[in-house]
Write a protein that binds this ligand. Structure first.
Ligand SMILES: Nc1nc2c(ncn2[C@@H]2O[C@H](COP(=O)(O)OP(=O)(O)O)[C@@H](O)[C@H]2O)c(=O)[nH]1
Ligand SMILES: [Mg+2]
Length: 146
């Protein structure tokens, strides 16, 4: 059986690569990426896939290589690039992640409402890379089942 990875989707700049690096415990430059990056434990999907509904089938087929799907919402901007109930198109567990929770706490409720609209069920994880918030909890949750 092929190794299953943690698939990460979110708009460009929402913190996908930073979160993938934190999960993999790797560094590396944060280039804007055109192609899916296969990390040790992660599948880092380009933000452009969300912006083009005709790429949705491709995201769904990528999920065949995934154990979980992380759907990211950036608390600093909280932009909505998601189709309503997109999460319901996936057969793997979908986890809502609010990134950059060190920034703009006033946006938290908006982010939660957005994840709900996308069809993701609570509880949601709040993470911050520079402050190191939520990463260990998220990893413990993701790896306990594997
Ligand atoms: N303040 C803050 N900035 C973050 C956090 N995570 C990522 N960033 C910054 O957000 C920008 C985009 O991050 P990146 O991981 O490249 O996003 P991607 O385009 O979704 O892969 C970079 O400048 C990161 O340093 C975070 O938790 N807090
Ligand atoms: Mg990236």
């Amino acid at each position: 059986m092929r190794k299953k990875r943690i698939m990460i989707i979110g708009p460009g700049g929402s913190g996908k690569t930073s979160l993938a690096n934190a999960i993999n415990e790797t560094g590396g430059p944060l280039r804007k990426t055109q192609d899916t990056i296969y990390g040790k434990h992660t599948l880092d999907v380009p933000g452009s896939y969300l912006e083009n509904p005709w790429m949705y089938m491709h995201m769904i087929s990528l999920a065949q290589d995934a154990s979980h799907l992380l759907i990211l919402v950036d608390q600093s901007r909280c932009i909505d690039k998601y189709s309503p109930n997109l999460a319901l198109a996936f057969r793997i567990p979908v986890i809502g992640v609010i990134t950059k929770c060190d920034l703009n706490p006033e946006n938290e409720e908006k982010c939660r409402a957005l994840l709900k609209k996308v069809g993701v069920e609570e509880p949601y994880f709040k993470v911050s890379i520079p402050k190191g918030i939520g990463i260990e909890e998220l990893k413990a949750f993701l790896f306990k089942e594997n």
